[in-house]
Design a binder for this molecule. Structure first.
Ligand SMILES: Nc1nc2c(ncn2[C@@H]2O[C@H](COP(=O)(O)OP(=O)(O)OP(=O)(O)O)[C@@H](O)[C@H]2O)c(=O)[nH]1
Ligand SMILES: [Mg+2]
Length: 470
């Protein structure tokens, strides 16, 4: 009986290892994708995760950390020479400075390899020596996943959608006016093309800032070293049949070039290699911005999750070749804005927000979960008396003034439908309550030896994403 169990575990352990081998006898590698829309909290998450895997004092919910299986963790040169390295030391430096500050916004893909020396404990401990597991963390903007939808669209179809969105979004009218004054059948004139692309990009950026998330093409807002190149110099035009050498014909061509030279390589070279994925979502920020932003976030997440459905289109099926992302975690970030008594509500809203997309996406084989986390806890909890009522608040240092403040964001409903239904029905503002958001500065840290930065449920997130491989 006992022997049977041991033998069974050895076979299972062996298959797990071979599954992840990249070459015979190579160490197992886990490729963890970290994504989310801009400002969702990707950089802070990765920085805190790495720091907490190196100093594991606050990782009690990660079994391999709690039981001592992880002996050491150290940074190593990453395997991909052409991807920028995630600037871990710089970002950690910001968060742990004497005057801590948030890291700068990052707008491109980056990677870092953390290697873990693991000695299995329990039944297998005597049977094998320590092994090394490499964790390759790939940080990429969630906006890039939205671009997958472009592969299914012709230039005319994409233009139609984009123009329809413009009427009631910021900067849209300016583009429509400019478009009206332009003859798409005139011979291509590069300054005209550039001017249209600039106004269109400005509309996308303004829409983004106003809380709309479904803004494509994603690389227009995060151009990096591509800024100003022809592949990013196009814009939507009313559908027509365009003559040779015309502006319209050239825009059509550049749209196809964008798909071929930007969208496909990202999916093929990076996305298709991911084993585990965390999708960070700033649910509180969207609730604060109002019903329209929450509804837009719901739709955008559905778009993003489409990328995790390899059966969705032939291109995806081909690059995945039957593999799939094994685990996907949806994490509502910045949960330190809420007293823990409200965390279950935040998780329930996150789950409901993604439910439809999750149901529709065929994740069979992929395990999914939703959680509320804070990668870096900036607040402490308190209960205050407010007009004779007990309020569960959080206290922290405000980013703008540097002053300490107590903050109560409003009571999130127990039933997520109380937010999601009005959002879906086009409500202009929340009826029952207002939801505030305050921006807290990172707290000054005095860390005990062996402790990483304070967080909320980062260990639980790590257990879900990596626990079975350590
Ligand atoms: N209170 C709190 N705020 C957070 C936390 N994580 C992120 N933030 C806030 O969210 C902002 C964005 O976080 P980043 O990690 O830079 O987000 P990002 O997704 O990398 O953003 P981009 O690089 O611009 O796409 C930070 O500047 C903080 O203000 C957290 O755990 N707690
Ligand atoms: Mg970032």
């Amino acid at each position: 009986m006992v022997i049977g169990t041991i033998a069974d575990q050895i076979t299972r352990a062996a298959t797990e290892v071979t599954d992840t081998l990249t070459a015979p006898f190579a160490d197992p590698v886990i490729r963890l994708g970290v994504t989310g829309l801009s400002r969702a909290g990707k950089t802070v998450f990765i920085t805190s995760l790495i720091a907490n895997l190196m100093d594991r004092g606050r990782m009690s919910q990660l079994a391999a950390a709690a039981n001592g299986s992880i002996q050491t963790a150290y940074l190593q040169p990453q395997p991909d020479d052409t991807i920028p390295r995630f600037a871990y030391e710089t970002h950690l430096g910001c968060l742990t400075a004497t005057e801590p500050r948030w890291p700068e916004s990052t707008s491109r893909i980056s990677e870092l390899r953390l290697s873990l020396r693991v000695q299995p404990t329990g039944l297998l401990s005597g049977l094998s020596g320590p092994r090394t597991v490499h964790l390759d963390i790939v940080d990429y903007p969630g906006e890039w996943l939205l671009d997958l939808g472009l592969l299914d669209l012709s230039y005319a179809q994409w233009s139609e959608n984009a123009l329809a969105h413009m009427t009631n979004r910021p900067g849209g009218q300016a583009y429509l006016d400019q478009c009206k004054a332009t003859d798409p059948n005139a011979v291509l004139d590069e300054p005209t093309a550039l001017a249209l692309a600039e106004t269109f990009t400005s509309h996308l950026n303004q829409s983004r800032a106003a809380g709309y998330s479904d803004c494509t093409p994603g690389r227009f807002m995060l151009p990096g070293e591509m800024a100003g190149s022809p592949v990013l110099t196009f814009a939507p035009l009313p559908p027509a049949s365009f003559g040779r050498k015309s502006l319209g014909r050239e825009f059509e061509r550049r749209f196809e070039s964008y798909k071929r030279n930007i969208v496909r390589p990202f999916f093929r070279d990076h996305f298709a290699k991911i084993d585990r994925q965390i999708v960070l979502v700033d649910v509180l920020g969207a609730i604060h911005a109002g019903p329209a932003a929450l509804e837009d976030l719901r739709k955008t997440m559905a778009g993003i999750l489409g990328a995790f459905r390899p059966g969705r289109n032939a291109f995806l099926s081909r690059i995945f070749q039957g593999r799939r992302v094994e685990k996907i975690l949806f994490a509502a970030t910045k949960a330190d804005h809420l007293h823990h008594s409200q965390h279950p509500q935040l998780t329930a809203i996150t789950e409901a927000l993604l439910r439809e997309a999750r149901d529709r996406a065929d994740f069979s084989g992929a395990k999914t979960a939703a959680m509320s986390i804070a990668s870096l806890r900036t607040t402490v909890e308190d209960t205050m008396d407010h007009n004779g009522q007990q309020l569960d608040v959080v206290r922290g240092r405000l980013l703008d003034t540097g002053k300490q403040a107590a903050f109560y964001p409003g009571a999130l409903p127990k039933d997520p439908a109380h937010l999601l239904s009005p959002a879906r029905n086009g409500a202009q503002k929340w009826l029952d309550a207002d939801y505030g958001v305050m921006r807290f500065a990172p707290a000054r840290l005095t860390l005990q030896p062996g402790d990483g930065p304070p967080h909320i449920r980062l260990d639980k997130a790590a257990q879900f994403l990596l626990g079975d491989r350590l």
